[in-house]
Each structure stands twice: as structure tokens, then as C-alpha cells.
Design a protein around this ligand. Structure first.
Ligand SMILES: Cc1cc2nc3c(=O)[nH]c(=O)nc-3n(C[C@H](O)[C@H](O)[C@H](O)COP(=O)(O)OP(=O)(O)OC[C@H]3O[C@@H](n4cnc5c(N)ncnc54)[C@H](O)[C@@H]3O)c2cc1C
Ligand code: SF4
Length: 328
């Protein structure tokens, strides 16, 4: 690990001011991702700003009857929160499907959203990786790419975003609130937080250097059933091969509305807005579920080792949608 300096922020303004005065600074929250990457020399910050004790660990109702989740809320506390369990069960299901109890006790809401890819070549400094070292190449394209993207990839990178929580939050239409050193506050829809790789896979989010996430807000949940399904190599403690988050309602044999987000298939939670719109008033039938799954994976591309993800994602989506719309 390369040497670095460390300081603990006492408040939000101080944290962003500290970050802006160090070009290679990083915030550290639970440290469950950043420290691993620092030990491997993949992340090499010269300065760490500890934000774990900032007073951003509250979960509170918003004026529009949604939920505001502080950036420091631990994943385990969020999954156990009574409002989350009763009104946003999709989020609780996704959180509990991720990592282990010990890691969820440390992992923060913002840190989970900003965790980095689990691509093996990204972790291996002996291998080319455009995300770790821009311009060096991508070992995964013709290498071992079983975990990699089938949607939204590029000739420069086919890594996936590993967060389960982010997939649920995408389906719930979440936004992140941020603060910058100049005092500027922004609200960024979750759909615009993570970037597809294009030619610059090292640019992963729409955040500027030193911009800190202070909270995630959820609008009131739409009516209907919420289902998160994660397919992985082991029953626990494994990242998603494919995951699907669906919120849908059906009545009188017709789908009223549906929201769909997929994980494990792209560098960001994958929403299918046009397909969701087409589902409004569609028959609540097995055929609709099959056609939706085919449409959602249209244009998907495998790279050999991950070809299996395309039929797997279709089956998972079809089955999850069928579960979400089945009669009560
Ligand atoms: C063995 C193992 C298994 C796992 N399995 C899963 C899984 O199945 N599903 C899953 O979703 N996750 C899984 N994880 C990942 C885990 O959820 C993340 O490591 C964790 O959520 C990161 O949160 P953290 O607070 O520890 O982040 P940190 O490691 O502290 O930070 C991560 C990144 O976020 C940045 N950051 C943190 N807070 C802020 C902020 N407020 N504003 C701006 N930047 C910020 C940091 O600078 C850093 O770049 C697993 C991790 C491990 C080690
Ligand atoms: S897929 Fe992306 S993260 Fe993985 S080796 Fe290629 S460039 Fe690096």
C-alpha cells in the first residue's frame, strides 16, 4: 500500500473542502471496498478523508411521503428499517441479498452505490485494464468474462456494476443529493449517476472530484408488488450473475404499470423505460412476460464466457415479472 495521509471530517462542509484541496483525495466510509483496492494498489489515494462519523445516518420521511436516507446509513440498518421493510420491501430484499452480515454492518449507502467493479482484471495489476489504467487495453474482452456485461458494453470495457442495492433504487426512481466544496448542492437521478463505459471506462459516475453524496431520496413507492430476484453461483456471499428488480401491479387481467431494473448485465443498473411503457394495459399473461423478457435483452451481446447470461436474464426477468403480476 502506498503511503497516504488521513484526516477525519467533523462536518459536511469541512469534508468537501478537504477533498477539494487534495487532487488525489478519496472519501472513506465503511472502507469495505476502498481499503481492499488500496491494499492491492489499484486505488492509490494520497489522502483519505474519513466521513464515517458525519451526522448523515438518519432515515426520515420527506414532505411528499417519500424517504430520505443519509449517506452514512449502514446497509444492515437500512434493510431493517420499518419504513423500508413495509413500503420499500424491494430495497430490503436487495440489501439482504448482498454481501454478508458483517459487511452490511460496515457498508454505507453512498459507499455501496460507489463501490467499484469486481472484474478480476481490474483487480490484477499485471493485466491490461482500461478502467484501472486508461489506454492499456481490456483483458476481459477475449479473456475470462463469465461475470461481464451483455448490455451497454464497449470495445474498451465490459465490466458490470456490482451493487444489488443500486438496482432496487433504480427501480424505485431514487435520486442522490450531493454537496461540493463551492457549496453547490445537486440532485442527480440514480439513472444518471453511473456512466456506461464508452471510450472512457475510468469515468464511472457523473460526480465531480470532491463532490460528496449526502443522501439518497426515494419518492413514494408506486402501488403494486415489489420483487427482487438475484441469481448467483452460491446461495449467499456472491455477486449477482443476473438480478432483476420489478415493481408492478395488475388488475382485471391487465397490467396497470411496471418498472423493471436489471443488475449484473451492464456497468449501471439497467432500466427499460420504453418496455415499461409498453406494459401499461398489456394482458397480464405468460405471453406478455415472455415477450417482455425478449424485448429487454434485444441487442444483448455475449463475449463467450458470459453468453449464458442472455438466456439467464430472459428467464429471470420472465419469472420475476410473472411473480409480480400474479393475482393476490
Ligand atoms: C466479500 C464481499 C462480498 C460482497 N458482496 C456484495 C454483494 O453481493 N452485493 C453488493 O451489492 N455488494 C457486495 N459487496 C460490496 C459491499 O456492499 C461494498 O463494499 C460496500 O457497500 C461499500 O460501502 P463502504 O461504505 O464500505 O464504501 P467504501 O469502501 O468506504 O467506499 C467505496 C467508494 O465510495 C466512495 N464514497 C463513500 N462514501 C461516499 C460519499 N458519501 N460521497 C462520495 N463518495 C463516497 C469512496 O471514496 C470509495 O470510492 C461485497 C463486498 C465484499 C468485501
Ligand atoms: S472489463 Fe473493464 S474493468 Fe475489466 S479488464 Fe476490461 S477494462 Fe478493465
Amino acid at each position: 500500500m502506498q503511503p497516504f495521509s488521513y484526516e477525519r471530517a467533523e462536518d459536511e462542509q469541512q469534508a468537501v473542502a478537504m477533498a477539494s484541496s487534495h487532487p488525489e483525495a478519496r472519501f472513506i466510509s465503511g472502507g469495505t471496498n476502498l481499503l481492499d483496492l488500496m491494499k492491492l494498489g489499484v486505488e492509490r489515494p494520497t489522502h483519505l478523508i474519513d466521513i464515517s462519523r458525519l451526522p448523515l445516518a438518519r432515515i426520515e420521511s420527506t414532505e411528499d411521503n417519500g424517504l430520505r436516507i443519509g449517506a452514512q446509513v449502514r446497509n444492515s440498518d437500512l434493510a431493517a428499517d420499518p419504513q423500508v421493510r413495509s413500503r420499500y420491501p424491494l430495497l430490503a430484499q436487495a440489501l439482504l441479498a448482498g454481501a454478508s452480515g458483517q459487511i452490511r454492518n460496515k457498508a454505507s449507502t453512498a459507499g455501496n452505490l460507489l463501490q467499484r467493479t469486481r472484474c478480476y482484471y481490474f483487480y490484477d495489476r499485471n493485466m491490461p485494464c482500461n478502467k484501472r489504467e486508461p489506454g492499456s487495453g481490456c483483458a476481459a474482452l477475449e479473456g475470462f468474462n463469465r461475470m461481464h456485461a451483455v448490455l451497454g458494453g464497449s470495445a474498451a470495457c465490459i465490466a458490470v456494476h456490482p451493487s444489488d442495492m443500486a438496482v432496487a433504487m433504480a427501480a424505485l426512481d431514487a435520486s442522490v443529493e450531493t454537496l461540493s466544496a463551492d457549496g453547490n448542492e445537486r440532485r442527480i437521478p440514480l439513472a444518471e449517476l453511473h456512466q456506461l463505459p464508452g471510450e472512457d471506462p475510468h469515468v464511472e459516475t457523473s460526480l465531480a472530484h470532491g463532490e460528496m453524496i449526502t443522501a439518497v431520496t426515494l419518492p413514494p413507492p408506486p402501488a403494486g408488488r415489489q420483487v427482487y430476484r438475484k441469481v448467483r453461483d452460491r446461495a449467499s456471499y456472491a455477486f449477482a450473475l443476473v438480478s432483476v428488480a420489478i415493481i408492478a401491479s395488475a388488475s382485471g387481467g391487465r397490467i396497470e404499470h411496471a418498472r423493471i431494473a436489471m443488475g449484473g448485465v451492464a456497468a449501471k443498473p439497467w432500466r427499460t423505460l420504453d418496455i415499461e411503457q409498453a406494459l401499461s394495459a398489456a394482458p397480464a399473461s405468460a405471453r406478455t412476460c415472455s415477450e417482455t423478457a425478449e424485448a429487454a435483452l434485444e441487442g444483448a451481446q455475449g463475449y463467450g464466457g458470459n453468453d449464458f447470461k442472455i438466456p439467464l436474464a430472459k428467464r429471470t426477468l420472465r419469472h420475476t415479472l410473472a411473480t409480480a403480476i400474479e393475482p393476490v
